[in-house]
Design a protein around this ligand. Sequence first.
Ligand code: ATP
Ligand code: ZN
Length: 773
Amino acid sequence: MACIVIGSGWGAGNGRATLIDRDERRGRALQQADQQGGILRLAVPVPLRRLFDYLPPAGVDPASLVPGQRLWVPFGGRKLVAVLVERVGESPHENLKPALELIDQQPLFDARSREFMRWAAAYYQAPPGELYGAALPAALRKGKPADHWAEQWLALTTEGKGLPESALARAPKQQALLQRLLSCGPQSRTALRAEGVTAAVIRALQDRKLVAWHSGPTVPPPLPAARSKTPVAEPAAPPTLNDEQRQVLAEIPSEGFSVSLLEGTTGSGKTEVYLRLMERVLEAGRQALLLVPEIGLTPQTLRRIAARFPQRSIAALHSGLAEGERAQAWLAAAAGQADIVIGTRSAILTPLPRLGAVIVDEEHDGSFKQQDGVRYSARDLAVVLGRMAAVPVLLGSATPSLESLHNALHGRYRHLRLRYRAGDAKPPQIHVVPTLGQQLEEGFAPQVLRHIGETLARGEQALVFINRRGFAPALTCDDCGWLADCPHCSSKLTLHRRERSLRCHHCDYRRPLVNSCPECHSRALSALGGGTERSEALLAQRFADYPVIRVDRDTTSSKEALDRLLAPARDGEPCLLLGTQMLAKGHHLPKVTLVVIQDADGGLFSADFRASERMGQLLEQVAGRAGRGALAGRVLVQSRFPEHPLLQLLLEKGYAAYGRQLLRDRAAAGLPPVRAMALLRAECEEPRWAQDFLAEARAMLESLAPSSPQLQYLGPVPALLERKSGRFRFYLQITAEQRADLPPLLARLCAWAEGYRNRRLRWAVDMDAQELA
Ligand SMILES: Nc1ncnc2c1ncn2[C@@H]1O[C@H](COP(=O)(O)OP(=O)(O)OP(=O)(O)O)[C@@H](O)[C@H]1O
Ligand SMILES: [Zn+2]
């Protein structure tokens, strides 16, 4: 490889650089740089945990280059987009190549953002180039120039800012525009034109040197609806806060770094608390960052925020945007133009120069942890960012993660509670329906079906939660016992009856549905178990007078599709909703008075120690959809093990007590969050090779840090899904009493693994791993 490797405190980056003797290094360096800062240290998007040194592009004065700018660089015969991390005076390497071309006039990443990236790369053992790649929207990652989206913005000059309010009283249009700029910041030419502000008014203010145009990125409208004729929403008058909400807000400090966990029951008005905190941040002239789970960034959420802050520019960073719009929104956030930034996981990596607070909604949600590539946790990084920016961090959930609960109970986070539902809504009543020995109809007990019927007949809505999509999770032959397996994974194929196919939900393998057993040719095939499609068939036939709305990944291709599908439910018509966890979160449907959980037992006996936590969260969240309006709610939970102590605790005392019990269990078992955990994962078509790699890794680690009560190793052990897409998967588990002990050890591990010679093997380090699957 032509490019040169250096280390500078980025994870395991010092692999080769340390081999070079110091004096030799200086000698070489003098050959390279004839002036201070003449060498560019760049994050190049390749899977190596290092930065790379280059010379400036031909004819470019290095002094004109600013860290945070992008450059095109040659790398292994390719041309890549790299980010300038720092300029240095010397390099340990000879024959540095010049970068090809500077892309940005202005840096995209400010100093704090670069420091944040450095921290994240070191903690998660991430290749810096890949981390910057994850931070950038696709268009910018591909090298598109940032000024592509610039437009003209009108802003107050210093004189304009100093003008007393009563000035220009005789020119009301000019005064209105000044007021607007004063309270809402710079306005784009497009926005002003759309609102009918005339060129003459602007020119009059320009002549008085009170306003000036400058160029900056535009903020695209956060909602597709805003581009069509439908208004975003009526600006709504905020509700009067109740006592609990007021108290919670008073306890969140306005200034400086703090972390608060807002543990608020479903429907208690957490979102209202977020909105008020945002308001406070905006009034202080700063940016608010709101992170939401993938499932939570719905048009409904965006509408609610846009309606509250009609004058503010809101940048929504989500996958529903076209590539150009997403880049635009990102640039507006990074330039400090957007006041509110709402996004899913990767939004945490967006530079926000005026950051005033970070809010994480549904902080327990699994989608905040990236499960491949750079395996960062956006929730945990939110806390790190808050510390660096010295701003408050608010983590909110009805069902906090055990990690956050642990921190709150140990006084590391401020623990704020909302115990009651907001407005007039009452908590739902929960009843268990034992299913063992009952005559079930496609998985439903007769009294459950009766309750659904009664709810619909009263003109109300019912919601049925089924944690599995498709018609049935397995197909079997009644004569010879054949089971439809996935040829690439250690799993069964799911039957999808409408599209007449068998599909693997792990690798997406598909084959047409068979009519007879491929082994014995018998036609006696049975579908085992049930999924959403199967329940839909029964419910649609049983309750034919009402709309039955199925919501799962097969019916809902996009957030807008979900929004459309739920429209009748929002309108308050009697209807029956059924679906997977897509229905569990965030929806506020006041007419839902009955929630049915078809099978509560999934998490009780799993080999994954987090399964019980996830089950509790899911049940509480689904149950929380009931009775959110004026009408009281009822929840029916079907279970084969109604006496199970965990289930009893959850249903009788709620998640708050349940979560605390799980924490005690984790402490007794020496599991996270009481101990810190990292995994070294390996997968390979040849299982032996993955196991050998992990065994060698363990031996190497034990030679550095022998196992002790403080540091323990487990494995290699097979992953819960042992084979996926044709590869066998294993992991080595490392747990530590002190979290800080892990990153240095993992850095050594990565340096070792990067030199491991087996090209067929894939490996990854997963700090604070969330899945054993
Ligand atoms: N102080 C208040 N007075 C009256 N209504 C309120 C108040 N605060 C919130 N609400 C209303 O109560 C409902 C639930 O509030 P919100 O969506 O903020 O709850 P949440 O805690 O975020 O719920 P979840 O976690 O279940 O999504 C909303 O319709 C909201 O407008
Ligand atoms: Zn498969």
